[in-house]
Ligand binder design. Sequence first.
Ligand code: BTN
Length: 262
Amino acid sequence: MNYPPQAHTGSRQTIDMNSGRDIIFLDRVDSTNTYLKNRPELWDRSFVTVVAAEQTGGRGRHTRKWHSKPGSDLTFSTLCIPPQSVHDPSPITVIAGLAAYRCLRRYCGKGLNLKWPNDILYGNKKLGGILCEMVVGKRGAAVIVGIGINVNSTDFPEEISSTATSLKTITGKEHDVRAVCGGILDELSSLMRDFRVPLDRGLLEEWTAASASIGRRVTFHLDGKEETGTIAGINPDGSLVLIGSTGAIIDSYKDEIFYKLE
Ligand code: BTN
């Protein structure tokens, strides 16, 4: 399905007076990622951010839907122009995960973890997700970093009710959605300032410590066949190192993996 560029209402202001950031607030939009994707005139505006109170067609990876409750949850996208060009969004997804982790840890502490490539979990329930998409503007490659965080939702559609959680569910109280957004943006802008590929060893160690992925058994697709293996680590380009069932190392894996419930 194509989302027409005009599918939004209520663009309120472009400079957030509190933070001085270049932020477009929308009351309603199909998807904040799609909004930026459809507007090449914004692709050279480094760190322009679109925040929507409501998304009517929120998207996740692999054409999955992203659900959020209007006015209660955080849905935003930021256009990042990396200081060093990238060929795919994988290393930026790692950075975006760390930005979200650093911010959300202040709200919910232990229990928060990252699942490669794009899930933000609390325990084994999904608190948020990241969708990074590339565009190429006049200043070169840019990555649209879309982040959705369940902030104040407490009831979810049936299909995700057993797998989703929110900051309110975890902490027992409501949180200011804009403050969560500002906190993630602060972390993202500081991480992006020093961004380079290969990613720094310190960041990889931080991601590894924050993640529940290392050592997890997964299924994945290789040469058209389904394989079983274990995640051994992440590479400095954001890809995975997997160990297949025969002990063979599969390096630089970037496709979909399925975590085995054990
Ligand atoms: C996933 O879990 O697969 C990624 C979910 C990403 C959702 C966010 S919400 C803001 C931005 N706009 C979208 O349509 N998707 C991302």
